[in-house]
Design a protein. Structure first.
Lengths: 311, 311, 332
């Protein structure tokens, strides 16, 4: 287990290095000056100074070495559009906001999704099954900006029950977290339903029943663990979705989070910020995938064996 | 059989004459034999929701092709005398803030959205099947290296690719398509590889090998045909996810930009008018929702129809 | 009083194609300490008849007629006054405790994500007031009993870490946990190597003698039956064709199907040829009006196609459903 974790961690670091390198060269491949129109209005000396500040006067390999060194020292430089503010401090300010919102949405969507999925799989009533499934299908078919706009209009503007600008109080979380969760809830519910239905049909459930095990124990002890395996595997990408996919929700509810920063940095071509965010997102997602893989290996004893064989 | 009945009957020797062998049908065929596709189509037809989805999708495609061709309005033709009109006989869906016909714009948007969705799915299908098929079939070191590459690509959030490619090649349909493809094919490759790996172990692959089938024949005929179900389901899910990605990007204003219109762009344009003229946002968003619903229903229907266990 | 008495048991499955009549009017009884073999081809309804007894039918199957008396108590689901809820509650106390089942495929019947201890102590915790520690001790004893070496160490392992034969032994240990009065073994050796088959059968037989349980052994192999059973029932197309003691079935078979089956048994002493029965079992969606075997029977008569044959009693233990036997009675 430890060896497996170490191997996966090493792999993650390699991935991160490739990502950092690719990001760097892609940035260099973007046509035109990073300062755009700004440069044409400046004096030659000023432009030179500006280039020197961002090491743009050096050759590309040299710039690459400096860049990697800085990255290793966790130094991503200054924002190009917001002068004098370090990229790190921008991320440090926006991260907790996104993390809190994403965390709330993550817990909410996991719990609700699993419960709904189990209900859909086990209910003997056709209408219960159908309504959960229709809800789940609508959930994956409607873009989250639509929920966000609808919820905002109905509960924020018309009824004025809930606040919808920023994230000042816990009440402010309800609308954005809910809009963010509807898609993952539906995904998890569909996943749990199909794996639960599958698990209930397995031979080992018949054996378990033949021991005189109660229906509740059958589900909790025998089926649930099996059906959680795909859910845990999905949890990694789900965290990634909540972190990077929140940009639409953040832009609608005027939340100054990471997603919003990312979109602004792209539209403003703020290269140091783009690079830093890319590497940050990459590192974060590699980490969550690692955690979800380790959790899967803990639930499913067969996985360890396969890896040992493959190694 | 009641013994009274036996007594009541008249028993004659001729009842006990040997049965002519032609009256015995010793072999019967348990189920009418149909080809796999016929059988699947029959099961698909039984799923009403999937059928409705298919009809809607075909209608949408036909309208996307023909409406912009034959309408008297073009998608970018402004009319300052008819701004923000409500739906009428002249303008079925009304006009936007520049007096452009929303019906034509939505149908023109359908072209872009559907084209992005379907081409992304087809490109990913092709790359993923070839890559995953080779990786799983060849195995060993080749598989190791190929899968590590997939791991790296998989670990990076897809949004980053899209945004990078758009920075380099500009905000247009091609960049979005390319960005979606770069990140989405890995899912297909992983799926095909794991299917190929598990099928490779099964008896029929060995049987084909022993019977002298050539390598490529085994790979494509036996293995790929056997996992076609899982592949098709994955493709039907890839179309809506590509449409979603495009809509999100255009909605926050970093996707396809005006005057060209995708559904995301239209929703973004109408967003500013949501309080004064809420009907304008209904058209593009409704188009997205209905198309996504159709695609998801079709996906579920195809998934069920292709599952040979469900007889 | 017999331990188990089954009368006119009929079980149906609802499928998209229609009603499948898996078990049709099956009656038999089982005495204490007896080993009964139920023999039939796949699809003859032998497993479904036993699943009906234990109430383990898939959700689309149900017992439509007949009675099942276990130890003098009626346990057929349709005879329960309180409906399925009462029935399930009652059966939960019986399953794994008084009747237990050994299943066919040791690969798929053990839960892959739970360790052996969890799966083995479950019937003990369900039915006996034991502490975890006591149950664990009992589990170790059980593993020793079924011949698994170093049981303490293996308790914490998962099913995939065992060989097929070992897994089958674990399944047997689970079935034996509460010293059941009746053990139903559903093709316990089919999925195993021939060398292990004999060992598993010996194990079942010796454990049965130790505990003085009754065993119903479901198999498609008459050779297996000859080795350990006292009595045999031959099932075909959901119906009983012939039943009798081992000697009666092997030395005085009456039903053409039984005779055909005996032709398929490899007897090394006689060095005779194997004679497969041509054709395939009947379609139970539209069961034939007469004898289910009529289409494959060499001696088929006109009456066989029209009417199901009555049961002819040949001796107190030997009976047969065939017009060849019934003919002698009715034409008297």
């Amino acid at each position: 287990m430890l060896k497996y974790a170490a191997k996966r961690l090493g792999m993650g670091l390699v991935t991160l290095f490739v990502l950092a390198t690719a990001t760097f060269f892609l940035m260099k491949a973007i046509p035109g000056s990073p300062f755009g129109a700004e440069v044409s209005q400046m004096s030659a000396a000023a432009v030179e100074k500006l280039y020197e500040k961002y090491d743009l006067d050096k050759s590309i390999p040299e710039q690459y070495v400096i860049y990697i060194k800085n990255v290793l020292h966790n130094d991503f430089g200054e924002s190009m559009t917001r002068k004098g503010i370090s990229v790190n401090s921008i991320i440090a300010k926006a991260l907790p906001i996104t993390a809190k919102l994403g965390g709330v949405a993550f817990v909410f969507s996991m719990v609700t999704g699993i419960v709904l999925g189990i209900i859909a799989a086990l209910s003997k009533r056709q209408w219960v099954q159908n309504s959960v499934m229709i809800f789940a299908t609508v959930g994956v078919s409607v873009p989250s900006f639509l929920y966000a706009l609808m919820l905002m209009t109905v509960f924020g503007v018309i009824l004025q029950w809930l606040p919808f600008i920023g994230l000042k109080t816990p009440l402010h979380y309800i609308l954005p977290a809910f809009s963010l969760s509807l898609y993952p809830i539906s995904m998890v519910a569909r996943l749990v339903r199909s794996s639960m239905t599958e698990a209930m049909k397995q031979d080992y459930m018949v054996l378990a029943k033949s021991k005189g095990t109660s229906p509740i124990k059958l589900i909790v002890k025998h089926a649930l663990k099996n059906c959680l395996i795909p859910v845990v595997t999905y949890a990694g990408p789900l965290v990634a979705y909540l972190m990077t996919g929140s940009f639409v929700i953040e832009s609608i509810f005027s939340i100054p989070g990471l997603g919003g920063e990312f979109v602004t940095s792209v539209t403003n071509r703020d290269y140091p910020l783009i690079m830093a965010l890319t590497i940050f997102f990459g590192a974060f997602i590699i980490f969550t995938n690692l955690v979800s893989d380790l959790l899967t290996a803990m639930i499913d004893p067969r996985i360890k064996l396969e890896k040992r064989k493959a190694a | 059989m009641n013994n009274l009945e036996l007594k009541d009957m008249e028993w004659t020797e001729d009842l006990f004459e040997p049965l002519d062998s032609s009256e015995q049908n010793s072999e019967f065929i348990a189920m009418e034999s149909k080809t796999f596709l016929q059988d699947s189509w029959n099961r698909f037809k039984k799923n009403k929701l999937a059928l409705v989805g298919l009809v809607f999708l075909v209608l949408m495609i036909l309208m996307a092709i023909f409406v912009p061709m034959f309408s008297k309005y073009s998608y970018d033709q402004m009319d300052m005398t008819a701004l923000n009109q409500l739906p009428s006989a002249q303008h079925w869906f009304g006009t936007d803030k520049f007096g452009r016909d929303i019906f034509v714009r939505v149908m023109y948007g359908a072209r872009i959205s559907l084209a992005v969705g379907f081409s992304a799915a087809i490109i990913c299908l092709f790359i993923g099947v070839v890559y995953g098929g080779i990786s799983g079939y060849v195995g060993g070191k080749v598989d190791m290296v190929m899968m590590r590459i997939v791991d790296i690509i998989y670990a990076i959030p897809s949004l980053l690719y899209v945004i990078f490619i758009m920075l380099i090649f500009g905000s247009n349909v091609w960049s979005i398509l390319m960005g979606i493809c770069v990140s989405s094919w890995v899912g297909m490759a992983r799926l095909v590889r794991s299917q190929v790996l598990s099928l490779k172990e099964q008896e029929f692959a060995l049987a084909a090998y022993v019977l002298g089938a050539s390598t490529s024949r085994i790979l494509f005929k036996h293995l790929i045909l056997n996992c076609i179900g899982a592949i098709i389901v994955n493709v039907t899910l890839m179309v809506p996810s590509a449409i979603f990605t495009e809509a999100f990007l255009s909605f926050v204003g970093i996707g396809i930009s005006a005057p060209a219109s995708s559904w995301g762009t239209l929703a973004n344009e109408a967003r500013g008018l949501i309080e004064s003229n809420p009907i304008q946002i209904i058209w593009p968003v409704g188009a997205i929702c209905l198309t996504m619903l159709s695609l998801n229903f079709i996906g579920d229907g195809v998934g069920e129809a292709l599952d040979p266990k469900k007889k | 009083m017999s331990l188990l008495e089954v009368n006119h048991l009929t079980t149906q499955f609802t499928t998209e194609q229609g009603q499948v009549q898996a078990v049709r009017d099956v009656s038999f009884s089982l005495e204490k300490g007896e080993i009964l073999g139920i023999v039939g081809e796949s699809g003859s309804g032998k497993s479904q008849a036993m699943y009906s007894v234990m109430g383990l039918l898939a959700s689309n199957g149900r017992v439509t007629e007949g009675s099942i008396r276990f130890n003098g108590t009626e346990i057929a689901p349709q005879h329960f006054a309180g409906g399925m809820k009462e029935y399930e509650a009652h059966m939960r106390k019986i399953r794994g405790n008084e009747i237990s089942m050994i299943f066919q495929d040791p690969m798929s019947f053990l839960n892959p994500v739970l360790n052996i201890e969890t799966q083995l102590v479950e019937p003990l915790l369900n039915h006996q007031h034991l502490s975890r520690q006591e149950a664990r001790q009992k589990a170790i004893e059980l593993l020793t009993k079924v011949g698994i070496p170093s049981p303490e160490a293996r308790l914490k392992q998962y099913p995939h870490e065992f060989s097929g034969g070992m897994r089958q032994r674990i399944i047997i240990a689970i079935a034996l946990a509460c010293n059941p009065k009746l053990i139903i073994a559903d093709e316990p050796t089919t999925a195993l190597d021939v060398t292990i088959q004999a060992k598993i059968l010996q194990l079942i037989k010796s454990l049965q003698e130790q505990m003085d349980s009754s065993v119903i052994l479901i198999t498609h192999d008459l050779g297996v039956v000859a080795n350990i059973c006292h009595r045999v029932i031959i099932l075909y197309g959901g119906k009983i064709m012939e039943s009798g003691t081992i000697d009666e079935i092997f030395y005085d078979p009456r039903h053409p199907y039984t005779i055909g089956l005996l032709g398929c048994v490899n007897n090394p002493e006689k060095d005779q040829e194997l004679h497969p029965i041509p054709g395939s079992p009947p379609d139970l969606l539209q069961p034939p009006a007469g004898c289910p075997f009529v289409d494959r029977c060499e001696k088929a008569m006109k009456i066989c196609k029209r009417m199901p044959p009555p049961v002819s009693t040949l001796s107190p233990t030997h009976s047969c459903s065939c017009w060849l036997e019934a003919k002698k009675e009715v034409l008297k």
